[in-house]
Design a protein around this ligand. Structure first.
Ligand SMILES: [Ca+2]
Ligand SMILES: [Ca+2]
Ligand SMILES: [Ca+2]
Ligand SMILES: [Ca+2]
Length: 141
């Protein structure tokens, strides 16, 4: 009887140890971290905190994802200068000699009215916000 209790206790301890070693519950499971835009990228890693961008594409590696970074001059303000740059590549698609992925904000490999719309939303504002602490410095890992 006493042996049985000890065996059960040991079995429980072993099972608990196994679960701990196996990392259960998983600490990286969705919902286990703050994720303001619910795009499965945890806030501290999300280069666009308020925009769904699971791909995290950041073509100019400044820590702001393309979906929230119409600031191609990298002065942390979206201005007429940025609009001018987008205009230069407007209508171009991936593969064109002057194509610049920095102006493709919606990730469809072309610079179109949709991308201009993103710039318009940010006009006069800063890019981001990004959850990355290195945002604004190039390269931001
Ligand atoms: Ca997120
Ligand atoms: Ca995001
Ligand atoms: Ca960027
Ligand atoms: Ca685009």
């Amino acid at each position: 009887m006493k042996t049985g209790v000890i065996t059960l206790t040991m079995a429980f301890a072993l099972a608990l140890a196994f679960l701990l070693v196996a990392g259960f519950p998983p600490s990286s499971e969705a919902g286990a971290c703050p994720d303001a835009d619910s795009d499965t990228i945890c806030d501290p890693d999300d280069n666009c905190l308020n925009k769904v961008n699971t791909s995290q594409t950041d073509s100019n590696t400044d820590g702001y994802g393309n979906v929230c970074d119409p600031d191609s001059t990298n002065d942390l303000s979206v201005t007429a200068a940025d609009l001018g740059r987008l205009k230069q590549t407007f209508g171009l698609s991936l593969g064109a000699p002057l194509y610049n992925p920095d102006h493709d904000h919606n990730g469809d490999n072309s610079v179109s009215a949709a991308d201009l719309g993103v710039l318009k939303q940010f006009f006069g504002l800063a890019p981001g916000p990004s959850g990355k602490s290195c945002a604004g410095s190039i390269p931001c890992p």
